[in-house]
Design a protein around this ligand. Structure first.
Ligand SMILES: Cc1cc2nc3c(=O)[nH]c(=O)nc-3n(C[C@H](O)[C@H](O)[C@H](O)COP(=O)(O)OP(=O)(O)OC[C@H]3O[C@@H](n4cnc5c(N)ncnc54)[C@H](O)[C@@H]3O)c2cc1C
Length: 335
């Protein structure tokens, strides 16, 4: 019977990529983590997988991404040609119902503005802007230029392009420099993977400003792959992770393992009775290892660190928050 403990951990995936290939691969990795089907990732599987998510409306996985556009007046546009540039104020007004999903920052007077949003935000915003044809068509044309796999082909007919603006893509380095120069440029999205227990994932997902994709106990069949639990700090010295067994003479670790084996045995019995994993899971313990991708902007992470790297927080979420803090300190961003 396969039951073992591992320590919780944090992997920093850095900033959501500003180029389409890397961005699609990251979204695929997040999506496949839910089903533990990472073994199906190939050199060219990402585009197909992400388009499948989009067509089925599984849009929350598309949130582990970020597109930052700089929108400026086009100096090449003829004066008095009837075309109007999109101003910061116009964009704010057009997106007044959607401001929670974008960051919009003005540049110097008359120098245009920056606008950020994840793939899902942009997909929904384009839909929202359909009544404002020139703005919609300009944004769609810009997005499909930088992210063709996601945006190309939609609404190609009858396009208007009467705005005298140009859009450029803001890369990761520039996003970070802007943020470091002024925290109001809260544009980049930072992606982390937490390996922790189900009790702690439940605490992490309370942070509503983030995007999440979590290993699914509905779809993953632990009967086939064994049950992995998170090793509580209290057992660090009494469990041998390499051998996968309690250190000889350690009563507490031996006791916890025995209980876990009983639960896993009952889980297996229910599967053998024909229950689906989504029903048999009810017997699984809170300590079950779960993988969770979490993406968000610096302001959200700062808030997370403040609440969770604190003496009030549960020690296991605190150890995750400490790792997140270290990552940001390495970038030169301090809480
Ligand atoms: C030590 C500790 C003990 C806790 N104990 C409990 C407990 O006993 N029971 C329990 O249920 N929870 C508990 N929690 C969870 C806590 O209540 C929050 O749900 C969690 O910390 C997320 O914090 P947040 O809402 O500030 O963050 P987020 O959801 O990430 O929100 C970030 C910020 O966005 C804004 N915001 C987001 N959504 C809204 C909204 N709908 N309306 C207005 N403003 C919004 C707020 O300014 C907020 O500060 C505990 C948390 C901690 C740290």
């Amino acid at each position: 019977m396969s039951v073992r403990f591992v320590k919780s951990s944090v992997s920093a995936y850095g900033m959501a990529p500003a180029d389409e290939n890397r961005a699609l691969r990251l979204v695929e990795l997040c999506g496949r983590t839910a089903y533990k089907s990472e073994d199906k990732i190939t050199e060219d599987s990402a585009r197909k997988f992400v388009l499948m998510l989009k067509s089925r409306g599984h849009l929350s996985v598309l949130e582990h991404s970020n597109i930052v556009l700089k929108i400026e007046k086009d100096p090449a546009s003829p004066v008095g040609g009837g075309a109007a540039p999109i101003s910061f104020e116009m964009m704010l007004e057009a997106l007044r119902d959607r401001l929670g999903f974008h960051r919009i920052c003005p540049l110097g007077a008359g120098d245009g503005f920056l606008i950020a949003g994840n793939f899902r935000a942009w997909v929904d915003t384009l839909e929202h802007l359909k009544q404002r044809k020139s703005m919609h068509d300009f944004l769609l044309q810009s997005l499909e230029g930088f992210f063709p796999a996601l945006f190309q082909g939609s609404d190609a007919a009858g396009r208007e392009s009467p705005v005298s603006c140009r859009a450029s893509l803001v890369g990761e380095d520039e996003q970070l420099e802007l943020l470091k120069s002024d925290p109001s440029f809260d544009l980049p999205v930072f992606v982390f993977k937490f390996v922790c227990d189900r009790g702690i994932t439940h605490e992490v997902v309370r942070h509503r400003v983030f995007s999440f994709t979590q290993e699914s106990t509905r779809y993953v069949n632990y009967g086939n792959r064994g049950m992995v639990l998170i090793l509580p700090e209290e057992l660090y010295n009494s469990y041998d992770e390499v051998k996968g067994e309690p250190v000889p003479g350690s009563l507490l670790a031996g006791e916890w393992l025995k209980r876990a084996e009983i639960l896993f045995h009952w889980y297996g019995e229910d599967l053998a009775r024909g229950l689906r994993p989504e029903i048999a899971r009810d017997i699984l313990p809170n300590l079950l290892k779960s993988e969770l991708f979490v993406s968000g902007r610096w302001s959200g992470w700062k808030h997370f660190i403040m609440l969770r790297d604190s003496g009030q927080a549960h020690p296991r979420i605190r150890s995750l928050a400490k790792e997140v803090r270290k990552y940001f300190e390495g970038l030169g961003l301090k809480c």
